[in-house]
Design a protein around this ligand. Structure first.
Ligand code: IMO
Ligand code: MG
Length: 441
């Protein structure tokens, strides 16, 4: 049985912990989109690992694959591998020969474009890792793929075509000085070196063939999404999105598996019990800055990658309905339920009001979404407590009001709850129904 773990909101729903937990029964964990804009946290035996690129399952010793739908910052990749090795792990990471690479000029251009948008209030608030520009080059047929790093002539030709144009773009359009990031010889040496290293460590694979072979042998594949449904380039609140498809369909195109490998498996929607957003764009249930900073104090609401403060809002059910439909969730994991303990009031947006009408889903334009007013339902609150006393099978030990909240979300989406997260550790996720079939209650 395969499973796909998808963020149902705006990223940072706690996907890393979910992947870590369910990868116990997986043989391979595959990232299918995004790059080092992700920040996935795994806590193992009290030790915290923050991963940006490497699939979270490698912490459990599973093979990690980065599919063709990813864009790879190879310096980050090797840094992460080295960091894990220094901590005593032996990460087995394979990268698709078809995955595109992020070049240093992508990072420069990402930041330059954001800076230019700030003047007009259009900035997305990207992570500045060059993700958008790398995907632009992929779609524009001028990107460089992992497999091409192994071929001197092809790599040089590609750089000689692209780099002078990027230099002019940086200088003439964005008015910035260019350095080694735009130097063909420097880039050639650096990336040829990365290619050699990938080759000598036998990391480059045809991921589609590898996964098909594993599937024939009965392997369980876990697909790990980065980001979330509402920052999907197609299904999110464009243009305040990332440049890839975190939604479940991305697992098919971003790995080259038979579509049934994803569609016939479990699709796990990861839901944060409240809403957070790093970066700009609408957020109808957003709290005032004062209220948000009080919440941030308690829940550590700062971005894993950029350290920026997260915007905070109430759970938004129309967003979740959209996510459940677009992804076909077979179940959800409701995370961060502990974080809501001790709130003085607890509200959930059930529907929106727009121009005198009630909407239960989200409108298809971002401008309309920005004008939506939430219609709230109030929930009974529950006290904060020592959550670590409640372990794996402790669903019934959750406060009554917390169970009511969990069951409300499940009923609204018409999907079962696979698990409830009450803390970052592996044993702080209460599994109700295991997506691979074992440990059912
Ligand atoms: P994980 O996998 C939350 C946001 C950025 C910005 C927008 C575009 O940890 O859930 P990009 O650098 O991708 O071009 O930025 O997307 N963003 C995320 N927000 N969690 C993430 O990843 C994110 N990855 C990108 O803040 O608004
Ligand atoms: Mg994150």
């Amino acid at each position: 049985m395969n499973a796909t773990v998808v963020g149902s909101q705006l990223g940072d729903e706690g996907k890393g912990g979910v992947v870590d937990l369910f990868s116990e029964d997986a043989d391979v964990v595959v990232r299918y989109q995004g790059g080092n804009n992700a920040g996935h946290t795994v806590v193992r035996r009290g030790e915290e690992y923050k991963l940006r690129l490497i699939p979270s399952g490698v912490i459990r010793g599973k093979t990690g694959v980065l599919g063709n739908g990813c864009v790879l910052d190879l310096e980050t990749l090797f840094d992460e591998i080295e960091t894990l090795r220094a901590r005593g792990l032996d990460p087995d990471v394979r990268v698709s020969a078809r995955a595109h690479i992020v070049l240093p000029y992508h990072r420069v251009l990402d930041r330059a474009e954001e800076a230019s948008k700030t003047d007009g209030g259009l900035e997305v608030g990207t992570t500045g890792n060059g993700i958008g520009p790398a995907y632009e080059d992929k779609a524009g047929r001028r990107g460089i793929r992992v497999g091409e790093l192994l071929d001197d002539a092809v790599l040089r030709d590609r750089l000689e075509y692209s780099v002078p144009k990027k230099r002019r773009l940086a200088r003439d359009v964005f008015g910035i000085d260019t350095g080694v990031e735009f130097d063909v010889d420097h880039l050639f040496e650096t990336f040829r070196g990365f290619g050699d290293r990938l080759e000598s460590e036998e990391m480059v694979v045809d991921a589609s063939s590898l996964l098909a072979e594993m599937d024939r042998d009965g392997a369980n594949v876990l697909f790990e999404s980065a980001q979330g449904t509402h920052i999907d380039v197609d299904h999110g609140n464009y243009p305040f999105v990332t440049s890839s498809n975190p939604t479940a369909g991305g697992a098919i195109t971003g790995t080259g598996v038979d579509p049934s490998a994803v569609a016939d498996g479990r699709i796990i929607g990861v839901v944060k019990a409240y809403l957070s957003r790093v970066g700009s764009g609408p957020m109808p249930t957003e709290l005032s800055e004062d209220a948000a900073s009080a919440v941030r104090e308690r829940v550590g609401g700062f971005g894993t990658v950029t350290g920026r403060p997260r915007r905070i809002g109430w759970l938004d059910v129309p967003m979740l309905r959209h996510a459940a439909r677009v992804n076909g969730f077979t179940g959800i994991v409701l995370n961060h339920v502990d974080a809501l303990g001790g709130f003085e009031e607890l509200k959930v947006c059930e529907a929106y009001e727009l121009d005198g009408e009630t909407l239960t889903g989200i409108p298809s334009t971002t401008a309309e979404w920005a004008r939506c007013t939430p219609e709230y339902r109030t929930f009974e609150t529950w006290a904060d407590r020592d959550w670590s006393e409640i372990r794996n099978d402790g669903y019934d030990a959750l406060p009554d009001a917390a169970r009511t909240y969990v069951e409300y979300v499940s009923a609204e989406l018409g999907t079962p709850v696979y698990a409830v997260g009450i803390g970052p550790g592996r044993d702080e996720t209460i599994v109700r129904q295991h997506p691979f079939g074992s440990a059912e209650d």
